[in-house]
Write a protein that binds this ligand. Structure first.
Ligand SMILES: O=P(O)(O)O[C@H]1O[C@H](CO)[C@@H](O)[C@H]1O
Ligand SMILES: O=c1cc[nH]c(=O)[nH]1
Length: 254
């Protein structure tokens, strides 16, 4: 019954007020809706707002002549799961690019660096809820990942590609020194809270996804970014994501 109700739902959805055609095929997804607003104001032309439900702001505009949307997702897997599902299933989003912050877990990574999440280990039960007969490995779309790495290096940004941890806990045992050391020893680069849900949802609905993360703090050294430094990091990340979005849509070859 619940399944049927959801299958019959149409736009606007319970969480997004946009009408059909309001949202571009490529959507940038910061966790913070105010970051979505700042990116729309700073980088996009001919911007229109398509969502204010729950203050989860969403905007569509043009970047270098290509139509792009940007919308907040909130924090954590359930919130990401709702927005990613509705954007893909009801609004036809084909490429979802998360732009978020993360805490570094390797000495080789510094605050302000960019991390491209090739895959996301997780302590969340979210991927298990797809009821697969095994353990799903949440992975980035290879083409988005490869292109993002090439663009980052062409833009001279410090970037590392690899595994991240998607954690359901920001405070508590899952983020303790002991837990961080264990993930670090397995080569995990950084921790955040949404990528596994994004990759699993995109895979389940046939869309492409990538997480681009700015390191906002370092879990081994205790270093954190000031508000101004965070802002600069977001600018780097937004430029990379927008360049990736427009190159993808022009259909360049790998
Ligand atoms: O900066 P965002 O995209 O919100 O990402 C990170 O920051 C939040 C925690 O402060 C979590 O959402 C985590 O994933
Ligand atoms: O989820 C997050 C984001 C930034 N830093 C952390 O430690 N965790």
């Amino acid at each position: 019954m619940q399944e049927e109700r959801k299958a019959k739902a149409s736009v606007p959805t319970p969480h997004i007020a946009a009408l059909p055609g309001d949202i571009a095929e490529t959507v940038l997804l910061p966790g913070d809706p105010l970051r979505a607003k700042r990116i729309a104001e700073s980088f996009l032309e001919e911007v229109h707002s398509f969502n204010e439900v729950r203050n989860m702001f969403g905007f569509t505009g043009f970047y270098r002549g290509q139509r792009v949307s940007v919308m907040g997702t909130g924090m954590g897997c359930p919130s990401m799961g709702i927005y990613a599902h509705e954007l893909i299933h009801f609004y036809g989003a084909a490429r979802l690019i998360r732009i978020g912050t993360a805490g570094a877990m390797q000495e080789s990574i510094a605050v302000r660096d960019l991390v491209l999440a090739e895959g996301a280990s997780t302590n969340s039960n979210f991927p298990a809820l797809f009821e697969l007969p095994g353990t799903f490995a949440p992975l980035a779309d290879f083409e988005l990942l490869y292109r993002a790495a090439r663009i980052a290096s062409a833009l001279n940004k410090r970037v590392t590609v690899g595994a991240v941890l998607t954690s359901d806990m920001f405070y508590g045992p899952a983020e303790s020194t002991a837990a961080v050391e264990k993930w670090s020893r397995m080569g995990v680069l950084a921790v955040e809270m949404e990528t596994a849900a994004l990759y699993a949802t995109a895979a389940s609905l046939g869309a492409k996804a990538l997480s681009i993360l700015t390191v906002s703090d370092h879990l081994l050294t205790g270093e954190t970014l000031s508000a101004e430094e965070r802002e600069a990091g977001f600018t780097d990340m937004a430029e990379l994501a927008l360049s990736l979005a427009t190159e993808e849509m022009r259909g360049g070859i790998i």
